[in-house]
Each structure stands twice: as structure tokens, then as C-alpha cells.
Design a protein around this ligand. Structure first.
Ligand SMILES: Nc1ncnc2c1ncn2[C@@H]1O[C@H](COP(=O)(O)OS(=O)(=O)O)[C@@H](OP(=O)(O)O)[C@H]1O
Ligand SMILES: [Mg+2]
Ligand SMILES: [Mg+2]
Ligand SMILES: [Mg+2]
Length: 352
């Protein structure tokens, strides 16, 4: 199977969803108090509805594991109306592309049903889409990095992965910096769409509507000297262990500051050679990573010449349900240096 239709639809679907998420961000900027999470709630539900509608239109027999579900939304008609107004209005300029996605949704009830179609339990058999409508919620709220993430898992293996990152530079060669990571902005030159298909490589293209089909290949960069590597990690100290990650970097002789950014933008950034390593060491032993937080990024990095494992060196297992219950942590690096990085990870973890 070539998965050409799947990747094409997935790209258009996340692209359309970012029209909504960007409108939500701009529409609420300055009007909400800093700790108000309502924009992300609206964005999460709206983006999930739009993407599931597109999947169901094109692949009606596939299952979907989506992060959100509509039960609390059903109790809140005002919020439902607010989201419905945004969902109705989020359309691609390209009418043929819009038709390919099934066109606009028909009613608020259809929207709620679409959101709830993301309830699959996942597992080892069949075609299952993993969807994170807004990954990096904190990044989204502060105008920093976030991603709209969609992957197709077939019989437990990721076959297609797409990541829309509205606040990353379009330019694949733009170096990572703390500014790109933590602040970001969606001004000129920002917005990138990463994609990968199993065994055919990874690509990026501008997220802007003018350039629907101008993908270019991306590769991780060589790391001839690990001490010069740039590593990415989560912003939130509660999501990955900054202390362990600093100790691993030190063990490798890395002196550069880490680049902290929210979301799977970390996977996209290393896949295109803007950084080198992504380290995510667990803070709590009982947390199970969710498949929608990793599936697309895992494939994009592997197809760009990288290797992705957990902290023990096992590949991420997407066939175990809604979570990566057999994995702890994430270590993503170019193939050539992955073992060296993993040795440092094991050494730091065993000395704790
Ligand atoms: N305890 C714990 N440990 C690890 N991961 C967790 C944890 N709690 C939440 N999450 C998930 O982290 C997702 C965001 O990951 P990031 O790497 O972007 O983290 S951060 O936002 O920079 O902190 C975030 O995804 P979103 O909810 O889509 O933002 C969560 O699914
Ligand atoms: Mg997430
Ligand atoms: Mg999310
Ligand atoms: Mg969440």
C-alpha cells in the first residue's frame, strides 16, 4: 500500500484545523486572563471535529483514537454554539481540497458525534488514526509552540504521520533557539507542515494556504561530534525530567543549553536538522504516555534518518491501546549516535 491518499487527506485535514486554532488564538488574545484555559478547550474540540469529519468522509471503516470526547461539551450549549460557529467557518480556500475533506459539517449534533468518534480503544489490529487536536496546550496558550497531530497506525505500526506547527519557522534550516521554542509567533515566515509515510521518507511544506502541494524532503543532520549537539526537551518540568536530561547531556559532553519547547514540534525540529536530540525522561513512574502525543513525530523522525526508542532502547509500541503502556520515556536521535545517547541515558538512570 502506498498511503498516498491517506497522507494527502491527513495533510489537508490538519491544515484546515489550524485555520480554526489560529483564529481561536487571535480571537481571544488579550481578552482572557492568563490562566483561562477556555481558548484551548474551544480549539481542542473544534479541531478534533474537523479532522474526524475528514477521516470519516474518506475512510469510513477506520477507527480513531482522539484525545477529546464530547460528554462535558453536551452539557454546555453556549460552548457548543461557540465551537460550532468556528467549525462552520473553518474552510480551505481551495474549494477542491475542501470538497476532498467532505466539505463543511452539517449541524452541531454532527459535530458532537464527530468528536465522540475518537473513542476507539486502539490496539494491535486494523487501521487506527491517532489524533491530538492541540498538542502542547500550554504552548498554544502562550503563543509558543503547539502542533496539530495525526497519524495512521496499521496493525500496530505507524504508516503515516503529519504534524502542523503554526508557530515554527517555515525555513527548515532556521536554527533552534530559546526564542523559537518558548515564545514563537505566527508572523511572517511561520507555519510548517511535516509529513511522513512509512519507508518513503519525511517532508515539510509551508502551512500557508498558497502552497498546498510543494513538499520538500527533510533529513536529520549529521552529528560528527556529539558534544556540539543541540537537544530539545519539554517546557513543563512535570512532563519530563529536566534534571535527568541535564545529567545525560553533561555525560555526553554537551555544553549548549537545551531548547525547551512544547508539543511534537520537538520531533519535527530534529527531523529537519534544526536540532539533534529529543530527550523525554519520565518524572512519575506511573504516567503512561499517550499514543497521540508521539505517533506522528516518531514516524517523521525515523523517516528522516533517526531512531526513536524509550529509555530502555525499546521501540515505541503503538499497538497496546490508547497509551504506550510498555514504554517509559523517549530518546530520539540520528541513527548514528542513538546508541551513544542511550548508553548515557542508561548510565544516568542506573546511578539514581
Ligand atoms: N505527567 C506527564 N508526563 C508526561 N507527559 C504528560 C504528562 N501530563 C501530560 N502530559 C502530556 O504531555 C503533552 C505535552 O507534552 P510536551 O512535551 O509538549 O510538554 S510541555 O507542554 O512542554 O510540558 C500533553 O499533551 P496535550 O495535552 O495535548 O498538550 C500531555 O498529553
Ligand atoms: Mg498532546
Ligand atoms: Mg492535546
Ligand atoms: Mg491534553
Amino acid at each position: 500500500m502506498s498511503y498516498q491518499k491517506e497522507v494527502h487527506i491527513a495533510q489537508l485535514a490538519v491544515q484546515r484545523a489550524t485555520i480554526l486554532t489560529q483564529r481561536v488564538f487571535h480571537g481571544t488574545k488579550g481578552t482572557e486572563s492568563k490562566d483561562d484555559r477556555s481558548p484551548v478547550t474551544v480549539g481542542d474540540y473544534g479541531a478534533q471535529a474537523l479532522i474526524i469529519h475528514a477521516i470519516q468522509h474518506n475512510f469510513p471503516n477506520d477507527e480513531i483514537v482522539g484525545e477529546e470526547e464530547a460528554s462535558t461539551l453536551r452539557q454546555n450549549p453556549n460552548l457548543t454554539t461557540q465551537i460550532w460557529d468556528l467549525v462552520k467557518a473553518a474552510q480551505l480556500d481551495d474549494t477542491a481540497a475542501e470538497q476532498e475533506l467532505g466539505g463543511p459539517l452539517e449541524s452541531p449534533e454532527q459535530m458532537l458525534q464527530a468528536i465522540d468518534a475518537g473513542r476507539s480503544a486502539g490496539g494491535l489490529r486494523g487501521r487506527i488514526w491517532a489524533l491530538d487536536p492541540i498538542d502542547g496546550t500550554k504552548g498554544f496558550l502562550r503563543g509558543g509552540q503547539y502542533a496539530v497531530c495525526l497519524a495512521l497506525i496499521e496493525d500496530g505500526d505507524v504508516k503515516v504521520g503529519v504534524l502542523a506547527c503554526p508557530n515554527l519557522p517555515v525555513d527548515d534550516s532556521a536554527p533552534l533557539s530559546a526564542d523559537v521554542g518558548e515564545k514563537g509567533s505566527d508572523g511572517e515566515g511561520r507555519g510548517v507542515l511535516f509529513a511522513a509515510v512509512f519507508r518513503t521518507g519525511a517532508t515539510s511544506r509551508p502551512l500557508g494556504q498558497g502552497a498546498l502541494r510543494t513538499s520538500r524532503p527533510i533529513r536529520m543532520q549529521d552529528v560528527p561530534d556529539i558534544t556540539q549537539a543541540t537537544f530539545c526537551e519539554s517546557v513543563e518540568a512535570g512532563h519530563s525530567s529536566h534534571g535527568d536530561q541535564a545529567a545525560i547531556a553533561k555525560k555526553l559532553g554537551i555544553t549548549k543549553e537545551s531548547v525547551r519547547m512544547d508539543s511534537q514540534a520537538k520531533y519535527g525540529s530534529i527531523a529537519r536538522g534544526a536540532g539533534d536530540l529529543y530527550l523525554r525522561l519520565p518524572v512519575r513512574a506511573d504516567y503512561e504516555e499517550k499514543i497521540w502525543d508521539h505517533a506522528a513525530g516518531d514516524l517523521i523522525v525515523r523517516e528522516a534518518g533517526g531512531k526513536v526508542t524509550d529509555a530502555e532502547g525499546k521501540p515505541l509500541d503503538f499497538g497496546r491501546g490508547r497509551t504506550l503502556k510498555d514504554n517509559k520515556g523517549v530518546v530520539a536521535a540520528p541513527k548514528t549516535v542513538h546508541q551513544q545517547v542511550l548508553d548515557a541515558v542508561k548510565s544516568v538512570l542506573s546511578s539514581k
